[in-house]
Design a protein around this ligand. Sequence first.
Ligand SMILES: Cc1cc2nc3c(=O)[nH]c(=O)nc-3n(C[C@H](O)[C@H](O)[C@H](O)COP(=O)(O)OP(=O)(O)OC[C@H]3O[C@@H](n4cnc5c(N)ncnc54)[C@H](O)[C@@H]3O)c2cc1C
Length: 307
Amino acid sequence: MADLSVRENVCLKQYSTFRTGGPARYFAEPSCEDELAGAFAFAREKGLKVFVLGNGSNCLISDRGFDGLVIRIGKLMGDISSEEGKDGLTYVTAGAGCLLSRFGNYCAEAGLEGAEFACGIPGTVGGAVFMNAGAYGREIRDIALSVRYWEDGEVKEISASECGFAYRTSLFDKKAANGESFVIISITAALPKGDKGKILSYVEELKQKRTASQPLDVPSAGSTFKRPEGHFAAKLIEDSGLKGFALDGSGAQVSPKHAGFVVNNNGTASAEDILRLIDYVSGKVYLDSGVRLEKEVRLIGEFGGEG
Ligand SMILES: Cc1cc2nc3c(=O)[nH]c(=O)nc-3n(C[C@H](O)[C@H](O)[C@H](O)COP(=O)(O)OP(=O)(O)OC[C@H]3O[C@@H](n4cnc5c(N)ncnc54)[C@H](O)[C@@H]3O)c2cc1C
């Protein structure tokens, strides 16, 4: 297992932007593909379930934690490099653990156009591929050329057109839902050169837009719900009178700044409190508008029932 260290009973709160989560029974942060293979071998040997975590910015992690092995793909697997092609495009390859903000800023600083949207999304490249993350009219599928991933001890590379990218989903989302074991390792994006000054000022403009409209100083997982076809989740929630709404004194609240975000004020709410509020909001919106809101936030671990 090379030098992989597997820790026990690691509190997951610190690895989730929602600031919820009990302990992971086992937790490992591999630094290379060999260690990744070692982590899966460890899980197989012990008969453990595996969950692959990026920056935890789209996850609501259960108060009971995760009874298995959490494999976190972080900066140890987050190298970034680029190469100029003969076709005039620049090929940027980023490890799955690279933060999207670093990836976006790297491209902007190199005068490459098209990855500006990534700068303000607080996830990793791996999480962004899994979710086909996007903002301000662009998403990962617009810039991806190919994706490498690890599966059954083998590294595979597929083109973006094989990644099944659609609104906030991908082939990888489907694989996870089918219980397949895999880890996204890296993305290669193909970007044209542009006017660096314009690119940097667009990055700044998007940053200001985000700061003005989103509760960035309060724990959350971004948009709680996907955009329902023909509607905006935040507008439906506001129309139901739920902007700023809190079900109880737990700290879970529909953000008074952006109704599309459920927030964990002061980090005092439990994951169960947050989920209760999410369910209440989607129930009320359905009663009022007939529109079903689908969670964008992913639930990790067990919820409800007996402890
Ligand atoms: C303040 C705020 C603003 C946000 N704004 C946006 C936005 O504008 N647009 C947007 O799309 N999202 C936004 N998000 C949500 C979130 O940042 C994105 O969905 C992001 O892509 C998630 O990346 P992550 O690394 O945090 O993934 P995680 O939350 O850690 O994981 C998400 C899913 O991806 C899987 N996964 C992660 N890494 C890998 C890997 N290497 N291999 C296999 N599976 C993996 C996990 O198993 C999980 O199922 C926002 C969140 C916050 C808190």
